[in-house]
Design a protein around this ligand. Structure first.
Ligand code: ADP
Ligand code: MG
Length: 233
């Protein structure tokens, strides 16, 4: 699914530079569910954003689904992003003046689907996350957990190969977090590949593999026995 070799990333800070990723090697196979852990500021989001083609590395190699990701034009990057990737964020990133259904429809619009198809698909995905009856509601009328479900439906709408989630449970209480994790586990059971950034051990243990970042390098990369989230819901 993806291979990263000797990846480096620095940010300019005034006339100095902050070396955040210092030679990351990582491979992820189709069907994996991987947690990326590390303390705040350890570079988790930086790595996820590079994997998500929202940012570019300074050095190193990144191959996604057989395509070398390097010096892509913004247009090409957008095409690959739409084709390969779905994003889930801590703060949901829904558009407040659009309904749940319109939010889920947006990636389908960018894929060029006709109105009727967008409507059918967005309802199908809202149904999948258990929110078919909330299609016409705006984000302000939804709970945090419901908003994250809409965001997941939106991420799934374009049928991406890889789902990237940056602290998807970071803004949710424990029970709602486990509810969302149960849903993400179900998606992985169905074959979806997931990369989840978190700094919470209990969330990481609900994945199948944990990659730990420290001081810009991977200090540990282990397979774990997946804790099932549904037992807590
Ligand atoms: P994490 O997600 O693990 O908390 P980040 O990847 O967001 O960490 O950030 C890693 C480090 O890089 C932090 O010290 C952060 O302040 C810095 N950083 C992140 N993005 C930028 C940026 N656009 N410009 C300058 N520094 C940044
Ligand atoms: Mg972060």
């Amino acid at each position: 699914m993806l291979t990263i070799k000797k990846l480096h990333k620095s940010y300019p800070i005034g006339d100095r530079s902050l070396h955040v990723l210092k030679g990351i090697d990582l491979s992820v196979e189709e069907g994996e569910m991987v947690a990326i852990m590390g303390s705040s500021g350890s570079g988790k989001s930086t790595l996820l954003n590079i994997i998500g083609m929202l940012d570019e590395a300074d050095e190193g190699e990144y191959i996604l689904d057989g395509v070398t990701i390097k010096n892509l034009t913004e247009k090409k990057a957008a095409i690959y992003r739409n084709k390969f990737l779905g994003f889930i964020f801590q703060s949901f990133n829904l558009i407040n003046y659009k309904t749940a259904q319109e939010n889920v429809s947006l990636p389908l619009y960018y894929q060029g689907l006709k109105r009727k198809e967008r409507q059918e698909k967005s309802l199908f995905h809202l149904e999948k996350v258990g929110l078919r009856d909330w299609a016409d509601h705006h984000p302000s009328e939804l709970s945090g957990g419901q908003k994250q479900r809409v965001a997941i439906a939106r991420a799934l709408a374009a049928n991406p190969k890889l789902l990237l989630a940056d602290e998807p449970t970071g803004a949710l209480d424990t029970k709602t977090s486990y509810d969302i994790m149960a849903f993400l586990q179900q998606l992985n059971d169905e074959g979806k590949t997931l990369l989840i950034v978190t700094h919470e051990e209990d969330i990481a243990n609900m994945c199948k593999r944990i990659v730990r970042l420290k001081d810009g390098v991977i200090m540990e990369d282990v397979k774990v026995d997946q804790v099932r989230a549904e037992q807590y819901v």
